[in-house]
Design a binder for this molecule. Structure first.
Ligand code: MN3
Length: 275
């Protein structure tokens, strides 16, 4: 190749990736399971479209609109973006998100809604698909939830049935589109919260904050192909495909505090997928 062409390519690359701003283009992770492994609880087509179309749209928007309008957000992880929604600069430090105090930042006004919807959406779906779901019949609460998690559920909800009843009622009660969550709250206890749209209990401006360990997507795209308008049937079926090992790992990290919890990467499959 001619020297002039090389120099031109180097110049183009330097302009695309300015010094100090690592290119942070999000990519859709590979799922660690077959999408038909959730039948009959969640149908193959829903699993496929929900991941490759709906989840991928958040990535397209983050890589495109967000980084175009707000290039200073280049290099931020999805967790950093989520934590920054509604945040004053000091918020992460106050909550004990120790690793990133020096990087504390606020989202530019022109990107607030885009980050709220798309970073929230990507984080939520990463948790759901890669840490909260396991193929039908592959795990049982009694065998696969840790003793510590089972004890916490017993303390908060009485027993597994109490958890299921409370969580299901919350998920059924979300008006329109949103999520229901089991979180570890500031007192270290389990609680159930709901959020609208793609909001998240980690947002600095969340009305009820907590560290999510289990979430259910109750947008219609998550269930309509199989369950039509009967959200309650989908919620019930969700309990047959929960990755209790993944949820237990998140619980252990959340109990250690926000700094430990921050080491969990929702865009990488939960540790039990390496077994
Ligand atoms: Mn969804």
């Amino acid at each position: 190749m001619k020297l002039a062409l090389w120099l031109a390519l180097v110049a183009v690359a330097a302009a695309a990736f300015p010094r100090g701003a690592a290119a942070q283009n999000f990519t859709l992770p590979s799922l660690p399971y077959e999408t038909d492994a959730f039948e009959p609880s969640i149908d193959n087509m829903t699993m496929t479209f929900h991941w490759t179309r709906h989840t991928n749209a958040f990535i397209t928007n983050l890589n495109g609109q967000v980084l175009t309008k707000c290039p200073d957000l280049n290099g931020k992880s999805v967790l950093e973006l989520v934590l920054a929604v509604g945040a004053k600069c000091s918020w992460n430090e106050r909550r004990g998100w120790s690793a990133r105090n020096s990087d504390c930042f606020t989202i530019p006004t022109e990107c607030e809604t885009l980050v709220r919807n798309n970073a929230g959406g990507l984080w939520n779906h990463g948790l759901f698909f890669l840490h909260n779901l396991a193929p039908a019949g592959s795990q049982k609460y009694a065998d696969d939830a840790s003793e510590e998690l089972q004890t916490a559920i017993w303390e908060a909800f009485g027993d597994y049935d109490g958890l299921k009843a409370n969580f299901s009622a919350a998920a059924a009660g979300v008006f329109g589109s949103g999520w229901a969550w089991v979180v570890v709250n500031d007192d270290g206890k389990l609680a159930i919260v709901t959020t609208p749209n793609q909001d998240n209990p980690l947002f600095a401006n969340a009305p009820v904050k907590g560290l999510p360990i289990l979430g259910i997507d109750v947008w219609e795209h998550a269930y309509y192909l199989k369950y039509y308008n009967v959200r309650a049937s989908y919620i019930s079926a969700f309990f047959d495909v929960i990755n209790w090992k993944g949820v237990s790992d998140l619980y252990a990290l959340a109990k250690e505090g926000a700094g430990s919890y921050a080491t969990a990467d929702v865009l990488k499959p939960a540790a039990n997928w390496e077994d």
